[in-house]
Ligand binder design. Structure first.
Ligand code: HEM
Length: 436
């Protein structure tokens, strides 16, 4: 009963309202409730862009303008939000009182929903173990994981669901190794992540909501056990180091540790899987771009930025006004939400020429905002890029005749964006004698 009330307060009424608003032509509501708009948001993005740099909708305020998104991510007038924050106050009250105790990526003390001084303290502690040197060492490990997964694939092929068999497996293997998750737990962790992926969305159906709650509760219980085990038997992994890390003699308490470690683990694979899947699809749909990479592999880092730009794995983020403020001439009252559409900013024609074209040599592809900006800039950006570059290059080198073997199914999430499945035919693998 408690769950039902919580769903109605947090999602059911929003869903009902958004459906009505979408019917009346509200652009933000269409992104929330219409899967076709989400799969191909071009028309809606361009309508928002034509309306203005910041547009008031029936739900909140929204922007797809690169300059505005870039600046608002760094603005002191705004702060990050938390679940339920956008609800009218009676519903917010109900949501808070019926909330489960399990971890949630948008609930304090998650890094994604706190600001200084807490944010500064947590972030310093994580970066003290997640150092650029540690990340640089990970590249070699990523190559090893990619090689071994692709050897398994060669044995299983030629027809496989590349998202399930490779794009999901590579990031979970990498982040699990980094965080000391034993091999036997990886598939379970992957399942929890899959169940909880829509937790960043609003307007969930009752079934989606239950699955998310289940996934978060199971993930939380597993994580508590995993951390207890690492306390008893610490390894040389980053999670064991985070347990011991201290800032001015103060470490993370139990809840802070679960929230921080849980976010790094989940963010470590729930996003990169989408970039890998979208990258494969983009290259198969644009064989001339794959040819450019084959002839000159030095374009790979730009190609990865271009994939991030055109198929942002995190489509949008939200910020909340700390006080009444006017943004781009639009009055925004205290507590109101501003939706920053990273995917829309990435297609801003004022920054990117012919923005809907996939171009692996685009000189300013790296100007995308897919990793956010300001103090919440993605902690795993360099790791995600290394995984994608190594993961995709190795795949296309090993299977030069790889081709689509079906249409594929998009993920049904609003914030996270990618493929749920992508059937491919691997073709004959390259051999040492015949590289392609
Ligand atoms: C393609 C892959 C990835 C994408 C597109 C991505 C995107 C993002 C975005 C947009 C944010 C900020 C959200 C906001 O400002 O509200 C973020 C934050 C974060 N990401 Fe990533 N991410 C990716 C991979 C990773 C990986 C591999 C890790 C971990 C190793 C990771 C860990 C985090 C953490 C811990 C934060 C919170 C930072 C903070 O709030 O201070 N991410 N990511």
């Amino acid at each position: 009963m408690k769950n039902r009330i919580r769903w109605i307060a947090a999602h059911g009424l929003v869903r009902y309202g958004a459906k009505k608003a979408a019917k009346a032509g509200d652009l933000q509501a269409k992104l929330v409730v219409d899967p076709e708009t989400r799969a191909n948001p071009r028309q809606v993005f361009e309508k928002i862009r034509a309306t203005g740099p910041l547009v008031k909708t029936r739900i909140s305020n929204i922007t797809v303008t690169h300059r505005v998104v870039h600046d608002l991510l760094r603005s002191d007038d705004l702060r990050v939000t938390e679940i339920g924050a956008s609800l009218p106050s009676p519903l917010r009250w109900i949501e808070k009182r019926t909330r489960s105790k399990a971890l949630h990526p948008l609930k304090p003390p998650s890094l994604l929903s706190v600001e200084p001084p807490e944010h500064t303290r947590y972030r310093k502690l994580v970066t003290s173990v997640f150092t650029p040197r540690a990340v640089a060492r990970m590249r070699e490990m990523v190559q090893e994981k990619a090689d071994s997964l692709l050897s398994e694939l060669a044995a299983a092929g030629p027809q496989v669901d590349i998202v399930h068999e490779y794009c999901a497996q590579l990031p979970v293997a990498v982040i699990s190794t980094i965080l000391g998750v034993p091999d036997k737990d990886r598939q379970r962790v992957l399942e929890f992540g899959e169940m909880a992926a829509p937790s960043l969305d609003i307007g969930l159906s009752w079934e989606q909501f239950n699955r998310v709650e289940d996934g978060l509760a199971q993930f939380d219980a597993w994580l508590a056990g995993h951390l207890a085990e690492l306390r008893r038997n610490p390894g040389d992994d980053l999670m064991s180091q985070l347990i011991r890390a201290e800032e001015d003699g103060v470490g993370l308490d139990d809840e802070e540790l679960r929230a921080t470690a849980g976010l790094v683990l989940a963010a470590g694979f729930e996003t990169t899987v989408n970039l890998l899947g979208s990258g494969i699809r983009l290259l198969l749909d644009n064989p001339n771009q794959l040819e450019i990479l084959r002839n000159d592999p030095s374009h790979w880092p730009t190609a990865v930025d271009e994939m991030l730009r055109l198929e942002s794995p995190v489509q949008l983020t939200a910020r909340m006004a700390k006080h009444d403020v006017t943004i781009e001439g639009v009055p925004v009252s205290e507590g109101a939400l501003v939706i920053l559409v990273l995917a829309g900013a990435n297609r801003d024609p004022d920054v990117f020429d012919d923005p809907y074209r996939f171009d692996v040599t685009r000189a300013n592809a790296g100007k995308h905002l897919s990793f956010s900006g300001g103090r919440h800039y993605c902690l795993g950006a360099s790791l995600a890029k290394a995984e994608t570059e190594v993961g995709l290059k190795t795949l296309f080198d090993k299977f030069p005749h790889l081709r689509l073997a079906g249409e594929g199914v998009r993920r049904d999430t609003r914030v996270l964006h990618g493929w749920a499945s992508l059937p491919v035919d691997l073709g004959q693998p390259a051999t040492a004698d015949h590289p392609s």
